[in-house]
Design a protein around this ligand. Structure first.
Ligand code: PMP
Length: 377
């Protein structure tokens, strides 16, 4: 059976990237590898839309989130955390773990942030050291207005702006420098179409100043070590050689295609899925749906966990279920990774068939037809 990944990471990896990664391993301190790293570091600046340093860590995305916290938050520091899903909650847990004082901004799962309220909090508490946000909250499929939050934080010289763009970067527009993002965190297993295992952190000059002053102990995630090594396109520790080689290829493909084209492809696929859901009589969970991942609310009485498991077993299609309060209630489909329009049609068609098997009345092809209209006119 053909296996297809529509989970919000990991995702399918293009063959040309897989073939690059299958080449014999080279040592990470050789001129050959450092030349690959040099090209990769430079292309990452395009992917991040930044002139800031972009550092590469051998870890999953959470490692980069932890790096963002341990390098900028000292015990007792106050930070606003926008938390409206699993990954906002993770930032809050990380800040608390390292002794920070979390001021939660909780608009509710699936809801956009209240920027006026964030501004008010910042005005009333000039000692706030950081604002943490998520570009795309994967657990709900919600996109956050990072540009407006960035403009607000920029008016507060004491605070830095830290964004988890693990799920969104490459799938939706995100301008690190233009939007005033001091630290942007991302990971390899989403829109970069790579296997899991690499994470990235961009750091602005304002954030570097903070990093120097932070009192929290750190070792593997001390970003100063990564910056020092990166001046020679090197890494402080053994790098995940094959993944960096894959990353170079993936970034070459993206640069050739351009980010604008990539964003537009995600936008179309997401719109196709949203329209298909509506045609099937289903609604979207989020009040601000992203073009990176879509969470579709399932009809009452249908067990989402079972549905996802059956999709995988019967059709080889992996989609994600819900987490925590959404467990069993939604199905989440990602729009990133190596997929094309016909993959979108395939997953929608599989969802239709499976919903019918679970007893929900769907006219054959009704969702697929709506999707084709968006994708091909
Ligand atoms: N933040 C977001 C928005 C994510 O989607 C994920 C992964 N699903 C993470 C953080 C955590 O990344 P990882 O699982 O790679 O540690």
């Amino acid at each position: 059976m053909k296996k297809r990944l529509f989970t919000p990471g990991p995702i399918s990896v293009p063959e040309e990237v897989l073939l690059e990664m299958a080449k014999p391993i080279i040592h990470h301190r050789t001129p050959e590898f450092l030349a690959i790293a040099e090209e990769t570091f430079k292309s990452l600046k395009y992917f991040f839309q930044t002139e800031n340093d972009v550092l590469i860590l051998a870890s999953s995305g959470t490692g980069a989130m932890e790096a963002a916290v341990v390098n900028t938050i000292s015990p007792g520091d106050s930070a606003v955390v926008i938390s409206a899903g699993k990954f906002g909650e993770r930032f809050a847990e990380l800040v608390k773990t390292y002794g920070g004082n979390v001021i939660l901004h909780e608009p509710g799962w699936g809801n956009p942030a209240d920027i006026k309220l964030i501004e008010k909090t910042l005005n009333e508490n000039p000692s706030i050291k950081a604002v943490f946000a998520t570009l795309v909250e994967t657990s709900t499929g919600t996109i956050y207005d990072i540009e407006s939050i960035g403009n607000t934080v920029a008016r507060h010289p004491n605070a830095i702006f830290i964004v988890d763009a693990i799920s969104g970067l490459g799938a939706v527009p995100c301008y690190t420098d233009k939007w005033g993002i001091d630290i942007l965190v991302s990971g390899s297993q989403k829109a970069l179409s790579l296997p899991p295992g690499l994470a990235f952190v961009s750091v602005s000059p304002k954030a570097w100043k903070r990093i120097e002053d932070t009192k929290t102990p750190r070792y593997y995630y001390d970003l100063r070590k990564y910056r020092k090594a990166a001046t020679k396109f090197d890494f402080p520790y053994t790098m995940a050689v094959s993944l960096v080689i894959g990353l170079r290829k993936s970034l070459q493909i993206i640069q050739q295609e351009t980010l604008e084209v990539l964003w537009e492809r995600h936008r179309k696929r997401a719109e196709a899925v949203r329209n298909a859901a509506a045609a099937m009589g289903l609604s979207i969970f989020s009040r601000a749906p992203s073009d990176a991942v879509t969470a579709i609310l399932l009809p009452e009485g249908i067990d989402g966990e079972k549905l996802c498991s059956e999709m995988r077993k019967s059709f080889g299609m992996s989609v994600a279920g819900g987490q925590d309060a959404l467990r069993g209630k939604v199905v989440r489909i990602s729009h990133f990774g190596w997929q094309d329009e016909f993959d979108t049609i395939a997953v929608l068609s599989a969802l239709e068939v499976m919903l019918k098997r679970f007893g929900y009345p769907v006219n054959n092809g009704i969702g697929v037809k709506a999707a084709i209209s968006v994708l091909f006119g």
